[in-house]
Design a protein around this ligand. Structure first.
Ligand SMILES: [Ca+2]
Ligand SMILES: [Ca+2]
Length: 197
């Protein structure tokens, strides 16, 4: 596989060598060149360079960056971080976005188990912002990616939830048990960010 060069090494030369290897192994660049008609070698190089940047180097840097920020990898699931600061739901949403991640979307029982596990270390915290809301249509809960909870794969509400308490609960939270609750968006809670693998 591709090995990252040491700092200061001529990236262009290394990219070219690596690209040739990648092209031979995957034939991705060659295919593109053929489809593209009369691409010059220079353009072929440029295209491959972009592919390499996106699929090899950036991905590794990205992961290192997440780990440095305190995200933890759960094998086969993704990278997760419990932010131990209390923010409003929208601010939490923004913080995850800034990390290049998103508020947790629970997609399965297995992921609910991960969620329970990562909050187990904080027994005094009873709820966390996660990635769903009903801003668009009252009572129609969707994830921050716009899917219904059912389509996303997990819709286990806590007892009595959702209740739209005081007619002012449009944001999504998770209790310690990984059951869901609708909460007031202006309430401040810790929150969980995620990035799928
Ligand atoms: Ca998820
Ligand atoms: Ca509620």
């Amino acid at each position: 596989m591709v090995v990252l060069p040491a700092a200061g090494v001529n990236m262009k030369a290394i990219n070219w060598t690596v690209l040739t290897t990648v092209c031979i192994l995957t034939s991705a660049c060659m295919t593109q060149n053929t489809n593209g008609g009369n691409d010059s070698d220079h353009e072929k190089y440029k295209y491959c360079d972009i592919v390499l940047q996106k699929t090899e180097i950036t991905e590794k840097e990205w992961v290192l960056n997440l780990l440095a920020k305190g995200y933890k990898l759960y094998s086969g699931m993704g990278y997760y971080k419990v932010y131990n600061i209390s923010l409003q739901w929208g601010q939490s949403w923004q913080r995850c976005e800034d990390d290049g991640t998103h508020l947790l979307i629970i997609n399965s029982e297995a992921e609910a188990n991960v969620a329970r596990e990562i909050v187990a270390a904080y027994p005094s915290v009873h709820a966390f912002h996660i990635g769903f809301h009903d801003f668009f249509l009252e009572g129609q809960y969707v994830t921050v990616h716009g899917q219904s909870l059912k389509a996303a794969g997990y819709s286990k509400w806590g007892s009595g939830q959702p209740d739209n308490y005081g007619d002012r609960e449009n944001c999504g939270a998770m209790r310690r048990s990984a059951t869901l609750a609708d909460i007031n968006c202006s309430y401040t809670y810790w929150f969980i960010c995620e990035r799928e693998r």
